[in-house]
Design a protein. Sequence first.
Length: 257
Amino acid sequence: MDFNRVYNAYFSPSGSTKKITSAVASVISDTITSIDFLNGPKTELSGIDKNDVLIIGMPVFAGRIPQVCVPYIKNLKGTNTPAVALVVYGNRAYGDALLELCDLLDEQGFRVIGAGAFVAEHSLFKQVAHGRPDNEDFSQIIRFASVCSQKLEEFEGFSEQLSIKGSRPYSPPRKISIGPKTVSKCSDCGVCAKLCPVGAIDYRDPFKTDIDKCISCTACIAACPIGARSFRGFKYNTAEKVFIKKCSSRIEPEWFT
């Protein structure tokens, strides 16, 4: 297959998902058009045709893709367009997230020729999978991307549906009831409030976070130029200890082609 454009689409609050989708995209093409669901427009993208390729990555939140991203994915319109689907999780489990993403892509006119679940440092409990994706992970990411690249060369508008791990109906979305807090050194620059994908941070007072809206995505923590946002407190510390005890054993990536 001779393709026109390669799209690299991602929702990457902490930067890990972008890192992995970009590595895959770089194997497939030198010329890449990025779609950043955190920072960019969420309007309909109907110009993706059958001679393009979509690479898309989502983080895993409690076994599902972030529900805030479902409308963004539904704005992507394919025409038997080949796609590579990726989910990134923090060494616990990816649940139904990869299956959910592949189902959404299929509904939007894409044909998933490769799908993978990769591990990155946990965004809330950073001791778990610390430093991942590491060199071993990237070696597997490149192998996966190379297989996808070969499949793209042979793609002619039809692909057998992949057998993806997961279950239907999907597990119900679960809210994480731990949100980041702002410390006194905050300079009131407003970056966190501007970037928050659900509008949970008060522009006028960034010390106020609406925990009912917050999805604990960590975009505000990653973006703060002076490190004034973090998770802390008794509830967080207790959850961290339990999570580290249960989820520290290394899990390897899985993929389907």
